[in-house]
Ligand binder design. Structure first.
Ligand code: MN
Length: 261
């Protein structure tokens, strides 16, 4: 990642599905012109190369290799093909657990996959994970544990206040998107988050913004909503989030442990 003053006052989209947009070049040009540092998550190892290829042309696109929990039932066999890809990038996602399914075998398979990924990532020490935790926050945090040596971002967090506290104790960051700032539960969680653990995201194209699938530049509206909750200016909110992103990426993680909340 190239570092410059212009990046540090830019925007952050910590969870965006770049590969699900057909107009890749146009989306990437927009990301660069609006200076949005974007973690481009993918849902299966077999689709990672497309994003990796585009990421080589722009410092704003940070490619993440993932295996989405809702795809474990159909794509779980791709897990082994993820391991060599971990050498290609520092970013991992979308991974995690989704307990919308009540199928016990499916949930157990998801936990197996997610645990293996976390364990494998822990051997690197600096991996940044973007994690899905729908209806499964307590188990997600239990799998991550208290000693994961990289960074974890809980994306679109919708757990309880108790889960939030557990996530903070585990050192997690939280990427907040357009849907969270429109829901009363999302806003109440946001108010309870220490400001130095908050990031922004879109989760486009799974979230709409302005009547179309959200793109990284749409985090501007999330910044606006967070600024209202924090009762500070949008500029200050933007620089806080940018600073948080810098601290997320700080290279010497082991010597700079996060204080527990
Ligand atoms: Mn997603």
């Amino acid at each position: 990642m190239r570092k410059s003053d212009s990046d540090s006052d830019g925007l952050v989209d910590a969870h965006f599905h770049f590969d699900l947009f057909k107009d890749s070049a146009e989306v990437l040009a927009e990301i660069a012109s609006r200076r949005v540092r974007t973690i481009a998550v993918t849902n299966a190892p077999s689709v990672f190369h497309h994003t990796l290829k585009f990421s080589r042309t722009s410092p704003y696109l940070l490619p993440a290799v993932g295996l989405h929990p809702e795809l474990v039932a159909t794509h779980g066999r791709e897990l082994d093909s993820m391991w060599p890809l971990l050498d290609q990038t520092r970013f991992v996602g979308e991974v995690g657990l989704d307990y919308v399914t009540s199928d016990r075998e499916n949930r157990a398979a998801q936990r197996g996959v997610f645990s293996s990924i976390v364990e494998r990532c822990a051997t690197y020490g600096d991996k940044v994970l973007s994690v899905h935790s729908r209806r499964s926050a307590a188990d997600v945090i239990a799998v991550i544990g208290g000693n994961y040596p990289g960074r974890v971002i809980l994306h679109w967090f919708s757990g309880s206040r108790r889960d939030l506290d557990r996530g903070l104790e585990a050192g997690c960051f939280f990427s907040v998107g357009p849907a969270m700032v429109k829901s009363s539960n999302g806003l109440s969680l946001l108010s309870a988050m220490p400001r130095d653990r908050v990031l922004t995201e879109t989760d486009g194209p799974f979230v709409q913004s302005g009547g179309r699938p959200a793109r990284p530049g749409d985090v501007a509206s999330v910044v606006e909503a967070i600024a209202q909750v924090w009762n500070v200016s949008q500029d200050e909110t933007k620089s806080t989030i940018s600073r948080n992103f810098e601290s997320l990426l700080a290279t010497d993680l082991r010597s700079r442990p996060l204080a527990t909340a």
